[in-house]
Design a protein around this ligand. Structure first.
Ligand SMILES: [Zn+2]
Length: 268
């Protein structure tokens, strides 16, 4: 079985104190396209293919989730919102050129932005450039968070509530505590806080098939109320596969929440 968070955060205790027997599920997507992804430092052709796949799946998945009023989270890299991203100094000449000549592959267009502004979506941040925080100084990490908040506010006209670190980079809890953000925590032994959401499960067909998800929920079903945080990137799952997962969640009458609605429910 995959990683399962066992330590209890304050909000998990609040969940357990609830009278209801719901299974709350949060579907969470990190959105960087191929920006500073696994191929970015050498194989830009593969990066472009990765972005193309993500954009195709997003265009298929978001309208379906939105039409069903399903609540979910999407964490966005600020660089995907900023037309002048390609001039930033940490990009190599080749990467800058790749961004300029393939800008559509790394920029969220208006229709996609409108899908992300729907009330069922809890959009958040995933840093600005998607550089690995483990390789950055504290100062650079603060710049990444501040810049992504500023960019987010410009496009969403409100502050973000939730952050996922690039590569789920560990040991950033001391930096994030200076910001009023909830965040996806790592299972790295740092004591959980009110704002840390356990990492949960990396959810895609090769990691957790719909059948495995069904078995997992069935096995945990006796421990209700439950919360499952399932995250991925839009590249791992197409719309048809997504539907198979949704069918499993429906089978157990799961309540699909986004982090904003879930945390406000717990603070009632
Ligand atoms: Zn990422």
């Amino acid at each position: 079985m995959k990683e399962i968070e066992t330590s209890r955060s304050p909000w998990e205790i609040a969940l357990k104190n609830r009278e209801d027997k719901n299974i709350y599920v949060n579907l969470s997507f990190d959105l960087e396209l191929a920006l500073n992804g696994s191929f970015w430092r050498g194989d830009l052709k593969s990066s472009l293919a990765y972005s193309e796949l993500a954009l195709a799946n997003i265009a298929d998945i978001l309208p379906r989730l939105n039409a069903s009023h399903i609540q979910y989270n999407v964490q966005i890299c600020g660089g995907l919102l900023e037309p002048d991203f390609s001039s930033l100094p940490f990009l190599s000449a080749e990467q800058g050129e790749c961004l300029r000549s393939n800008r559509k592959m790394f920029l969220l267009d208006e229709s996609l932005l409108n899908d992300l502004k729907r009330t069922n979506v809890d959009a958040g941040i995933h840093s600005f450039s998607h550089r690995d925080f483990q390789k950055l100084s504290r100062q650079e990490i603060i710049w990444e968070i501040e810049k992504s908040i500023e960019t987010y506010r410009k496009y969403f006209l409100a502050p973000p509530g939730f952050m996922a670190f690039p590569n789920n980079s560990p040991d950033n809890e001391n930096v994030i505590s200076d910001f009023s953000l909830c965040y996806r925590a790592n299972n790295n032994g740092v004591p959980p806080t009110k704002r840390s959401i356990p990492k949960g499960l990396y959810w895609h067909p090769l990691s957790l098939s719909p059948e495995e998800l069904k078995k997992l929920i069935a096995a945990m079903s006796g421990q209700r109320p439950l919360f499952l945080h399932l995250w991925q990137h839009f590249t791992e799952t197409n719309a048809e596969q997504m539907q198979e997962y949704l069918n499993v969640l429906r089978m157990f009458d799961c309540r699909l929440v986004n982090m904003k609605s879930f945390l406000s429910l717990l603070s009632d």
